[in-house]
Ligand binder design. Structure first.
Ligand code: F58
Length: 824
């Protein structure tokens, strides 16, 4: 018979420490002593940080354990968010905020003779994502917890996240991001709960009591070890789970081989296995890199599906009811291999009929697309996929055959259409976006324009075939991190003005409209911006040795470096301003004093992007040191832009640069963060810019450039960038300046690839939009000269952008796709 607990403490619910300064101090010292094995007097800053994190965890623990229990026992439907990336940012401040313990913790530390500021600086952010897509996943799990929706995030615990960017002679050099070097106090590893994940081998048929079935006989496997992380809701006592998988060898090293002296061979299998979760999206330019990436994808998706089906669900669960219990949300195509995996689990392991399994699978997945660039839609060569996952390839072929039969039934033998819609491309590659579209109960884009273009241009045949399947959910950002934590001054001003409650009901920012012409509010609003600029200035001084003038317009472009985002267009504007002064056509006092801030990482294999980074730094060093400029223009490019730096840059910005070629940026989320923090946007009619402009009003947004239909039209008419160079003298001067070597010590060849690419190809039409961009920048100057008018516009941006809370995005997913109401 099983032993039952009898002690009253064991029978009682888990206890939290007292939420008082004394309670905090007691728990903190206990963690320092018992958890770190050090006395306060001998502790290092790292010990102090770890003990602090442990203490915050202790306050969350009771709620977490209760929520885990409830989510297992309840019959309610939940979300399993499948994402290869979570760009979390620092955890300490966020978790203190969620628990309402920030002030208590600060006081408790003072009582221990410590400074919260010093301790919090130790935290290394987990950079487990590349950019917008990964950050979006982090915002979404924050909102799901805050809304109290039963959900779990699944992903990969990369040992190395996004590379650390440094500049050597102005050029990007990547360094490994060893975020785990000192350990992470936020994770709970569970090696005992590891799942075995298989690869390779072949399939075979066998007779199962008169039924012919298929089984997969894999040739190798690895362990997937779960690491759990708390995801606290804001002030609601809810704590959800993020479960990231780490790869480990099924067997340790080979002792016999080791003893025989072949040390490398002895650990070969182990190294191979552990490579799977070694690093965030390794280069996919080599065949080995590509295969590793597919291994990563299958690894985390198979572990997650098995976790849900075999561990979270009760053992007697009727799998026909799976769609009533879970929706697997596919964050882009990276987890789409989960579709054939669930089919394999249901058919081969659980022995369901194919049709029944397909019925279930089709209701259990939904797919979010995050791009419009055709080259970004993943395809896997069938031979690669078949070598790594032979059973999955068979399943994909059958799904495709049956799907194409349906297409034929509907449209007859329209072979052209069949070819277009086939999940397998003519050259034998699996189109993962098509597989996701066929299998998904819904497919969504991430902004209105993106969703429209997805239906009309990327997947029109599918939209016709599956009426009602396509929908839109415009992205959002979490106001907890990107307003409350990043901008405490603005948060205080908002609360003082409209009262509390807006942080979980961001539409209430509308109430600020009443203060758009209030002089006292204007002054306070401006004071907040000025103070945020000083905070940024201090950060950049400490971090990079930069000086930031406090009377400049802060003009910011932070995002991944990509040609479609057009950092070169921004650069052409800077060069034009510089040229006007350097050539003596204007005097320095005639230009609006501006500091241009860039933040951007380039993919390590993307040569043009790296060259553009070099050019930004080169222009910066010339502009910043030319005495003729008299300090009226400055270009700052702090390396290694990440979430932590974003939290300083965004609240300080006056102007937000969102200048992608229309029809290329799926949504953007930085655009939302800036507007919510009172920066005005200069932007094209692209992605979510369209919705920002509609909400804030044309007069509070600097629109420029071609619209998407105009871009398409110019494309069909034939685009000749040289025509635009000839038509605008400022543009040709700016390009000539680069060609002349003005930014490369007289050697024009250094940036020749950038200039000639623009003049001869310009795939993202930067030159076509240049003239209008410069005109829009003149409107920026004019409005900035009238500080009252500018402040009014900035206030209205904040007041009218509540829509861009990720809480709203989550509600839209719940209503349109998931049907998973919050648990009460
Ligand atoms: C981004 N995609 C979109 N991809 O570009 C952006 O418009 C959108 O706002 C955001 O998603 C959220 O929907 C994006 O960040 C990646 O980072 C890829 C991940 C896989 C490797 C290649 C980059």
């Amino acid at each position: 018979p099983r032993l039952q607990p009898t002690h009253p403490i064991a029978l009682a619910p888990v206890q939290s420490p007292e939420p008082t300064v004394d309670g905090f101090v007691t728990q903190y010292l206990r963690n320092l002593n018992n958890g770190r094995g050090v006395a306060l007097s001998t502790s290092t800053v790292n010990d102090r940080y770890f003990a602090l994190a442990a203490t915050v965890r202790d306050y969350l623990m009771a709620r977490w354990l209760e929520d885990v229990r409830r989510q297992r026992s309840t019959q309610a439907k939940g979300v399993a968010y499948l994402s290869a990336e979570y760009l979390l940012g620092r955890q300490l401040d966020n978790n203190l905020l969620a628990t309402g313990l920030t002030d208590i913790a600060a006081e408790a530390l003072v009582a221990c003779g410590l400074d919260l500021e010093d301790v919090r600086a130790l935290e290394v952010e987990p950079g487990l994502g590349n950019g917008g897509l990964g950050r979006l996943a982090a915002c979404f799990i924050d909102s799901l917890a805050t809304l109290g929706v039963p959900s779990i995030g699944y992903g990969i615990r990369y040992e190395y996240g996004i590379f650390r960017q440094t500049f050597v002679d102005g050029q990007q050099v990547e360094q490994a991001d060893s975020w785990l070097a000192l350990g992470s106090p936020w994770e709970f590893p569970h090696p005992e709960a590891a799942q075995t994940i298989s690869f390779g081998g072949h399939t075979e048929q066998y007779d199962d009591e008169g039924v012919t079935r298929t089984r997969w006989v894999p040739s190798w496997n690895v362990l997937a070890v779960p690491y759990n992380y708390m995801v606290p809701g804001y002030h609601n006592g809810r704590v959800n789970t993020l479960r990231l998988w780490s790869a480990q060898a099924t067997q340790g090293f080979d002792l016999r081989v080791f003893n025989a002296g072949d040390y490398q061979e002895a650990v070969r299998a182990q190294t191979y296995a552990e490579n799977i979760s070694k690093v965030l999206y390794p280069e996919d330019s080599t065949p080995q890199g590509k295969e590793l990436r597919l291994q990563q994808q299958y690894f985390f998706v198979a572990a997650s599906i098995s976790d849900f089906v075999n561990l979270i669900l009760p053992s007697d669960f009727d799998l026909a009811k799976l769609p009533d219990r879970v929706i697997f949300q596919l964050n882009d195509t990276h987890p789409v291999i989960g579709v054939p995996e669930l089919m394999r689990v249901l058919v081969d392991e659980k022995k369901l009929e194919w049709d029944a399994a397909w019925q279930i699978t089709r209701q259990c997945f939904a797919y979010t697309c995050h791009t419009l660039l055709p080259e970004a839609l993943e395809v896997w060569p069938a031979d690669l996929l078949g070598r790594l996952l032979p059973r999955h390839l068979e399943i994909i072929y059958r799904i495709n055959d049956e799907f194409l039969d349906e297409v034929r039934e509907r449209f007859g033998d329209d072979e052209e259409r069949i070819r277009r819609m086939s999940i397998i491309s003519p050259d034998g590659a699996v189109r993962m976006a098509y597989l996701a579209t066929v299998a998904g109960s819904k497919v969504n884009g991430v902004a209105e324009l993106h969703s429209q273009l997805l239906r009309e241009k990327v997947l029109p045949d599918f939209d016709e075939f599956f009426p009602g399947k396509f929908t839109n959910v415009t992205n959002g950002v979490t106001p907890r991190r990107f307003i409350r934590l990043a901008n405490p001054g603005l948060s205080r001003l908002i609360t003082d003005t409209i009262g509390p409650g807006w942080l979980t009901d961001l539409d209430r920012l509308r109430e600020l409209e009443d203060y758009a012409d209030d002089t006292a509010f204007h002054a306070a609003f401006r004071a907040v911006k000025a103070s945020n600029k000083r905070v940024l200035a201090r950060t950049l001084a400490d971090r990079d040795g930069f000086t930031v003038a406090d009377d400049h317009l802060l003009d910011v472009m932070v995002k991944r470096l990509h040609e479609y985002k057009r950092q070169t267009l921004k650069l052409l504007h800077i060069i034009t301003e510089y040229d006007a002064i350097a050539s003596g056509r204007v005097t320095p006092d005639q230009v609006t004093p501006r500091t241009f801030v860039f933040g951007a990482k380039a993919a390590p294999g993307y040569a043009m992007a790296k060259r553009i980074i070099h050019l930004i730094n080169a222009v910066g060093s010339v502009v910043n040191s030319d005495p003729r400029v008299e300090g009226r223009l400055a270009v700052l490019f702090p390396p290694n832009y990440n979430v932590t730096l974003a939290e300083r840059v965004v609240p300080a910005a006056d102007l937000s640069e969102q200048i992608s070629l229309a029809g290329k940026e799926a949504s953007g989320t930085g655009n939302m963060k800036f507007a919510l923090n009172g920066a005005l946007t200069i932007g094209t009619d692209d992605g979510a810019n369209v919705e920002i402009r509609e909400l804030v009003g044309d007069e509070n947004f600097f629109l420029f450039g071609m619209s998407e239909p105009e871009v398409a039209d110019l494309q069909t008419r034939g685009y000749h960038p040289i025509d635009f160079v000839r038509a605008d003298e400022n543009l040709s001067r700016a390009l000539d300046l680069v060609s002349s070597g003005a930014f490369s010590g007289g050697d024009g060849s250094v940036f020749e690839p950038v200039v000639s690419n623009l003049i001869h190809h310009d795939p993202f039409m930067a030159l076509a939009d240049y003239t209008d961009y410069i005109a829009a920048q003149k409107r920026v100057d004019a409005l900035y000269a009238d500080q009252d008018a500018w402040t009014r516009a900035a206030i209205l941006n904040v007041a009218r952008c509540g829509f861009f809370s990720s809480d709203r995005s989550m509600r839209d997913y719940i209503d349109r796709i998931w049907h998973t109401p919050p648990l009460v």
